[in-house]
Design a protein around this ligand. Structure first.
Ligand SMILES: [Zn+2]
Length: 255
């Protein structure tokens, strides 16, 4: 069985002490590839460096809504160049965050729309952060029929999941699925076609229920996969085969 971690912040300072060791552990844990979504402009060079160190760490560049205050309009002009020059597999992490009240909604939407537009122009998938904002994200996406991508760490309802899948969007399944109390999410993920699910750690964040309070890392991906297999009553091999194939299709990765 081989796995794909479709959302991993290995550039985060939490990994400063042992980043290379973690990269070396990819093989031990049978993680075939990682997608590294950058969250702001200053992080892009570190993503490039990781991609050069390990070509199976794929780059994605974008502007995360949480760091709205740091984003500068001239940085947006750089996005297309960086995506093309560094063979990025996606645009993101971008999206909308309605959980933090200090993030101005209109500015968030402007940054998100600008990134959707660039992704469509380059025919790249989007890696989307949607916290308490799934309906607003859907509304933005409807304006761009050719947009594609993944809702990372999907946390919405079955109805929202259905609408996203209908638009061809994938749903990122992470540590939250391992919590029994996440009833609404578990029901939604159980009901969706397996062809639209991809696995992610969101490391160092969102540890699974057995890893609560600890730094998340890629070694936890099989734990998430097992929870998904149990939930859907499918074998771990089926989950591995499908989610790995889905990730390759989504990000257009080589075989
Ligand atoms: Zn993230």
């Amino acid at each position: 069985m081989v796995w794909m971690d479709t959302h991993c912040h290995l550039d985060a300072p939490e990994f400063d002490q042992d980043r290379s060791e973690i990269l070396n552990q990819m093989q031990i844990h049978q993680i075939e590839a990682l997608v590294l979504p950058a969250v702001y402009f200053a992080a892009w060079p570190a993503i490039v460096k990781l991609n050069q160190q390990q070509p199976r760490c794929y780059a994605s560049f974008g502007f995360h809504p949480i760091y709205l205050a740091q984003h500068q309009p001239q940085q947006l002009k750089e996005l297309t160049t960086w995506l093309l020059e560094h063979r990025a597999v996606a645009v993101g992490e971008c999206g909308l965050d309605f959980y933090l009240p200090e993030l101005e909604v209109q500015a968030q939407e402007e940054w998100f729309i600008a990134q959707i537009r660039i992704a469509c122009e380059l025919d790249l998938p989007l890696i989307i952060h949607a916290r308490r904002s799934t309906d607003a994200v859907l509304k933005c996406l409807r304006r761009f029929p050719s947009a594609k991508g993944v809702i990372h760490s999907f946390a919405g309802s079955t109805q929202q999941a259905e609408l996203l899948v209908k638009q061809g969007f994938y749903l990122g399944v992470g540590g939250t699925i391992t919590y029994e109390r996440a009833q609404r999410l578990r029901a939604a993920i159980q009901a969706m076609p397996l062809e639209f699910l991809v696995l992610e750690t969101d490391a160092p964040d969102q540890p699974d229920s057995q890893w609560r309070g600890k730094r998340n890392d890629l070694s936890r991906l099989p734990v998430i996969a097992q929870a998904l297999a149990d939930l859907r009553q499918e074998s771990l091999a089926t989950i591995a085969q499908a989610t790995t194939a889905n990730a390759k299709r989504l990000f257009n990765l080589p075989e």
